[in-house]
Design a protein around this ligand. Structure first.
Ligand code: OFO
Length: 169
């Protein structure tokens, strides 16, 4: 059985993952309007991945005999100042998510909840990968100033992305 403090923290993180999903979906809609269909696809894959991050927490709370509490999901932005601005927002957003994950692990350690510490290690590693891949894309987009043939090439590459769900256990 999970204690109430950790149950709250896990529910808060689940809500943050659902907000992330919403944010990427909104970015996907915006980028489609900019005719960047490859990047729109990339965002829609990210939307699915964030949903799976939320569902991993959902299942974990239930497995530990806790209560899943679904809260209101914050409304995401709907417009940006181009693709470079989108990735600038993503880099900042993912860094905030990393801090939230680290704080959650800190609480689990203080509460001596080893199962939660172990489960959360997946998120810790995932954030390293996620921050690295979005920073690389952000740097490449800045290099080409978010335009020209370079943008066309990156958009085609972004279209190749495939969905990798979070492992449920
Ligand atoms: Fe964007 O990553 Fe979830 O956790």
């Amino acid at each position: 059985m999970i204690n109430k403090k950790l149950e709250n923290e896990l529910n808060k993180q689940m809500n943050a993952e659902l907000y992330s999903a919403y944010l990427y979906l909104s970015m996907g809609a915006y980028l489609s309007k900019q005719n960047l269909n490859g990047f729109s696809h990339w965002m829609q894959i990210q939307f699915q991945e964030e949903q799976s991050h939320a569902m991993k927490l959902f299942q974990y709370i239930l497995d530990r005999g806790g209560e899943v509490k679904l809260e209101k999901i914050e409304k995401p932005k709907t417009t940006w100042e181009g693709i470079v601005d989108v990735f600038d927002n993503i880099v900042k957003h993912e860094s905030k998510i990393t801090s939230m994950i680290n704080s959650l692990v800190d609480v689990a350690m203080t509460e001596k909840d080893h199962a939660t510490v172990a489960m959360m290690q997946w998120y810790v590693s995932e954030q390293v990968e996620e921050e690295a891949s979005v920073s690389l894309l952000y740097d490449q987009l800045k290099l080409i100033e978010g335009k020209g043939p370079g943008l066309f090439m990156l958009d085609r590459e972004a279209n190749q992305r495939v969905f990798t769900p979070a492992p449920t256990k």
